[in-house]
Ligand binder design. Structure first.
Ligand code: FAD
Length: 499
C-alpha cells in the first residue's frame, strides 16, 4: 500500500511546464509569495502523517483574499490542481501536496476580525490557531469549545475542513456544531457564504456538507464560530483500572446513567507510562488503564455528578479514584492526555496514529481485538482516545528504518479500521480520510454512495482540481482494492468472533 498519488487508480492529472507556470503566476500576482526552488519546497512535503512525502510543484503563501481568488481563477484557466494547507498538522495526509499541483498555504490569514460577546461569536480568518480564539475570547469569559490536542498549532480553516474534534466534543459537539457561517472561494474564484448568523437558514445545509470536506469543495477564507460561556466549575476524576475491558465498560455505564461529562478519555498502560515519563502528570504507571472524566457546569451540579460518577466507577471496578484538588492539578491531568501523542513519539522511532469510531458498547471487545492484532503483527499499539464518543486512536509503534515495518504498520492499521467498521463504527472520527484511508472508504461505503460523493464534488469542482486523489476513492480504486463493503457489520470481519 502506498499513499502517493496513483494516476492509474486516482485518475490522470494534467502536466505543465513548471517554469512557464511560475513565470505566468509571478507576472499575474507580483506581490504573491511563491516558492518553487526545491530546497524551499522541502518543509511542505508532508503534513502530520510524515511517513509519506511528495514535493509540490510550487507553494503559494497569499496574504490577501484577492490573491487567493486570482490564484484559483488562474488554476481553473490553466487546469492546475490546488491543495489547500492550514498549519499542516493533519494526520491523514489531507494536505499532502501533489507533484503536479500548487500547494496553497493559508497560514498568513491569521487575524481575529471581530469578537461579539453579546452574540457569543467570533469572526476569524482561516489561518487563526484554534487556541488563539479561546485566548482572545477569555477576557469576555468566553471560549471556543472544540479543542483538538493539536490546538496550540492547528488552524480553524483546517478544523473546518476536517470537522475536527477534541476532548470536550462529547458534550459540546464537533466543529460542525460550533460554527455558524463560513465564507469560501470555489475553484473558479466565486465567493460563497455558507450558513448564517441565525441557527437555521433556508435551502440545503451546505455548511454541514462543507464541514469535513477536506479541502475538496472550496477554500475557507473566513469562519464565524460560536463562543460559549466558561462553566462556573470543572472537576476532573482520574480512575485507575487493572483491566482495560473494565475501563471500557465503565464508559458505557457513565453515559448510560445519563451523565454527559465535559470530557471522558481513556489511556492504556503504554500511553500512561509514556505520558507520565514526559509530562509528570501524576498518572498511576502500574494501572492497565485510566479514565479521565471531566464534569463541568454549576458548582452544585458538578459536586453531585462527581459523587454519582465516583460511585459508578467504583461499581465498574476502578481500583483507585482521585479528584484533581485544584486548577493546577486539573491542568496537569489534561496535559498528560493532550501530550500523549508526542509522549509516544519519545518511546518509538515512528508511530502511526489511527482514528476510527465504534459504538461505545463495543469498546472492550475492540480493545481486545486490537491487542490480538498487535501480537499478530508484532508491533506495539498504544491506545489513547476519546472514549466517551467511541473515537479510538490506536498508535502503532514502528521503525521506518527497519525493513518491512512501515508496510506491517499500514497493514495492521487497515485491519484495525476494518474491525471498527465491522462492529458498526466508522474509519474516521475526526482526522479525516485524506490520502491515508482512501482504500478503507471502499469498505465503509458502497458504489452508489461513492458515486453520490463524486456527484457532490463535481457540483463544486467539475474539473476535480481541488485536492484530487483524497477522501473519495474512484470506483476503479475500490475494484482494484478488492474490498468488500461491510456497512453496519453486514459482512463479517473474519476474526471478529475471536474477540
Ligand atoms: C499531536 C496531534 C494531535 C492531534 N489531535 C487532534 C484531535 O484531538 N482532534 C482532531 O480532530 N484532530 C487532531 N489532530 C489532527 C489535526 O490537528 C486536525 O485535523 C486539524 O484540524 C488540522 O488543521 P491544520 O490547520 O493543521 O490543517 P492541515 O493539516 O493543513 O489541513 C487539513 C485539511 O484541511 C484542508 N484545509 C486546510 N486549510 C484549509 C482552508 N483554508 N480551506 C479549505 N481547506 C483547508 C487541507 O486541504 C487538508 O485536507 C492532531 C494532530 C496532531 C499532530
Amino acid at each position: 500500500m502506498s499513499f502517493q498519488y496513483d494516476e492509474r487508480l486516482d485518475g490522470p492529472l494534467p502536466t505543465h511546464d513548471k517554469a512557464a507556470l511560475v513565470a505566468e503566476l509571478g507576472a499575474l500576482l507580483p506581490d504573491l509569495q511563491l516558492l518553487h526552488a526545491t530546497e524551499d519546497l522541502r518543509p511542505f512535503e508532508c503534513d502530520g502523517l510524515s511517513a509519506y512525502r511528495t514535493t509540490p510543484m510550487m507553494v503559494a503563501l497569499p496574504g490577501r483574499v484577492e490573491q487567493v481568488q486570482a490564484l484559483l481563477k488562474f488554476a481553473t484557466a490553466r487546469n492546475v490542481p490546488v491543495v489547500a494547507r492550514g498549519a499542516g498538522t493533519g494526520l491523514s495526509g489531507g494536505a499532502m501536496p501533489l507533484e503536479k499541483g500548487i500547494l496553497l498555504v493559508m497560514a498568513r490569514f491569521n487575524r481575529i476580525l471581530d469578537i461579539d460577546p453579546e452574540a457569543g461569536t467570533a469572526r476569524v480568518q482561516p489561518g487563526v490557531r484554534n487556541l488563539a480564539i479561546s485566548q482572545a475570547a477569555a477576557p469576555h469569559g468566553l471560549y471556543y469549545a472544540p479543542d483538538p490536542s493539536s490546538q496550540i498549532a492547528c488552524s480553524i480553516g483546517g478544523n473546518v475542513a476536517e470537522n475536527a474534534g477534541g476532548v470536550h466534543c462529547l458534550k459540546y459537539g464537533l466543529t460542525v456544531h460550533n460554527i455558524l457561517k463560513v465564507e469560501i472561494l470555489t475553484i473558479d474564484g466565486e465567493r460563497l457564504t455558507l450558513g448564517s448568523e441565525a441557527l437555521d437558514s433556508p435551502g440545503f445545509d451546505l455548511l454541514a456538507l462543507f464541514t469535513g470536506s477536506e479541502g475538496m469543495l472550496g477554500i475557507v477564507v473566513e469562519v464565524t464560530v460560536k463562543l460559549l460561556t466558561r462553566p462556573q466549575s470543572a472537576k476532573v476524576l482520574l480512575a485507575s483500572f487493572d483491566d482495560i475491558g473494565k475501563a471500557g465498560d465503565a464508559v458505557a455505564q457513565i453515559i448510560g446513567a445519563g451523565v454527559i461529562p465535559g470530557g471522558l478519555e481513556m489511556m492504556d498502560n503504554l500511553s500512561i507510562r509514556a505520558a507520565e515519563d514526559f509530562i509528570k502528570a501524576g498518572y498511576p504507571v502500574d494501572a492497565e488503564a485510566i479514565l479521565l472524566c471531566e464534569l463541568d457546569g454549576a458548582e452544585s451540579d458538578v459536586r453531585e455528578d462527581c459523587d454519582r460518577v465516583g460511585a459508578l466507577l467504583r461499581t465498574a471496578g476502578a481500583t483507585d479514584i482521585r479528584i484533581a484538588q485544584d486548577e493546577a492539578e486539573r491542568q496537569r491531568f489534561w496535559a498528560g492526555r493532550k501530550n500523549a501523542f508526542p509522549a509516544v513519539g519519545r518511546i518509538s522511532p515512528d508511530y502511526y496514529c489511527m482514528d476510527g469510531t465504534i459504538p461505545r458498547r463495543e469498546l472492550a471487545r475492540v480493545l481486545k481485538g486490537i491487542a490480538e492484532l498487535s501480537a499478530e503483527y508484532g508491533l506495539r499499539v498504544a491506545n489513547v482516545f476519546h472514549a466517551g464518543d467511541g473515537n479510538m486512536h490506536p498508535l502503532i509503534l514502528f521503525d521506518a528504518n527497519a525493513p518491512g515495518e512501515l508496510d506491517r504498520a499500514e497493514a495492521l492499521g487497515a485491519r484495525i479500521l476494518e474491525l471498527c467498521v465491522a462492529v458498526g463504527g466508522s474509519i474516521t472520527g475526526e482526522h479525516g480520510v485524506g490520502r491515508e484511508k482512501i482504500n478503507q472508504m471502499c469498505a465503509q461505503f458502497n458504489s452508489d454512495e461513492i458515486t453520490l460523493f463524486h456527484a457532490l464534488k463535481a457540483a463544486f469542482d467539475p474539473a476535480r482540481l481541488l485536492n484530487p486523489g483524497k477522501n473519495i476513492p474512484t470506483l476503479h480504486r475500490c475494484a482494484e482494492f478488492g474490498s468488500m463493503h461491510v456497512h453496519h457489520g453486514a459482512l463479517p470481519f473474519p476474526e471478529l468472533e475471536r474477540f
